[in-house]
Write a protein that binds this ligand. Structure first.
Ligand code: ATP
Ligand code: MG
Length: 296
């Protein structure tokens, strides 16, 4: 830990200071290695002899030349406390996500958990400013994607990662599945570019559980009609939302361990009951499998 504290004091690798608290405690060896990597890459004059590698890491590859903070962040989030939960809520506009946020929060609060409620795009001052632009101003698809991921990066480093590092529950109204569904499938933006950006921006941070509120675009549009002035996405045609819904279906099929489909066509009360039952079942499966069964 001493090396990391020195790095924090120097403050040269500003971005790293966000991640330092995530590393402490459970994996002292990893902490030392991280420190040495940074020292080699950025702070050579402060370099200290590396401690002997523990047996479990004896065959680990040496860090690549110029290892970046992003590399380090990937390692640290794999070591986040097992109590942490990253839950995301997804679905097309009007599916009912926001209507159930409070009861999802209550599920965890009743179990004594500290819960951070947040949303995307947004969640920080900068990201909320970007949200306003993204939802309002016409722009080309690549600009839109880059702004979304820029907002996500700020949100991750300022809010999500610190909360997960504390072992809290993070409930996020929309996350990267929205980007794949809306920009990828809805706007037909290159999915492989999105996957690259996801990896680059998020490293190993992925939701543990995603509640997908699934509703036909026709019913969603009826529910939204007159509810508020449509933003750039809500103003899209039904065909766009058909593609977005198909995108969610594809992602849910690819990751059945993470996704839980919520049939959102029922009444509010029935849907709320389904959400609670789904969370209870997930809790049980989590207990049975240890923690975070779907994260490596
Ligand atoms: N089960 C339901 N039956 C009928 N109307 C509903 C139901 N659930 C939510 N609504 C209404 O549908 C509208 C959209 O719901 P909500 O705002 O929760 O959707 P959302 O998924 O958060 O949408 P967005 O993605 O645009 O934020 C709201 O007016 C809400 O009151
Ligand atoms: Mg909403």
């Amino acid at each position: 830990m001493g090396q990391l504290q020195r790095i924090a004091t120097v403050g040269h690798v500003t971005e790293m200071t966000d991640h330092i608290p995530l590393i402490g405690g459970r994996d002292g060896e990893a902490v030392s290695h991280v420190g040495i990597w940074i020292l080699q890459g950025r702070l050579t004059k402060m370099a200290a002899p590396a401690p002997p590698a523990p047996r479990s890491q004896a065959r680990a590859q040496p860090p690549p030349h110029g290892a970046t903070p992003i590399t380090v962040a990937r390692r640290t989030m794999r070591n986040r406390p097992p109590t942490s939960v990253f839950l995301t809520i997804e679905g097309i506009d009007g599916a009912g996500k926001s209507s159930h946020l409070e009861s999802i929060r209550a599920h965890f609060v009743e179990r004594g958990r500290t819960v951070v409620m947040t949303r995307e795009p947004g969640g920080t001052t900068l990201a909320e400013t970007l949200r306003t632009l993204i939802l309002r101003d016409p722009m080309d698809p690549l600009t839109e994607v880059l702004l979304i991921f820029a907002a996500r990066r700020d949100h991750l480093t300022q809010v999500i990662e610190p909360a997960l590092a504390r072992g809290d529950v993070v409930i996020c109204d929309r996350f990267t599945d929205s980007t794949f569904a809306y920009q990828g499938h809805g706007r037909q933006f290159d999915l492989s570019v999105l996957a690259t950006l996801e990896h680059w921006v998020q490293n190993a941070v992925r939701p543990d559980l995603t509640l997908w509120f699934d509703l036909s675009p026709q019913v969603a549009a009826q529910r939204l009609a007159g509810a508020r002035a449509p933003d750039r996405f809500e103003a899209e045609q039904l065909a766009f939302f058909d593609r977005v819904r198909a995108g969610y279906a594809e992602r849910a099929a690819a990751e059945p361990g993470r996704f839980r489909r919520i049939d959102a066509s029922a009444t509010r009360e029935e849907t709320a009951a389904l959400v609670q039952a789904t969370l209870a079942a997930w809790d049980s499966s989590r207990l049975r499998h240890g923690t975070r069964p779907d994260v490596d």
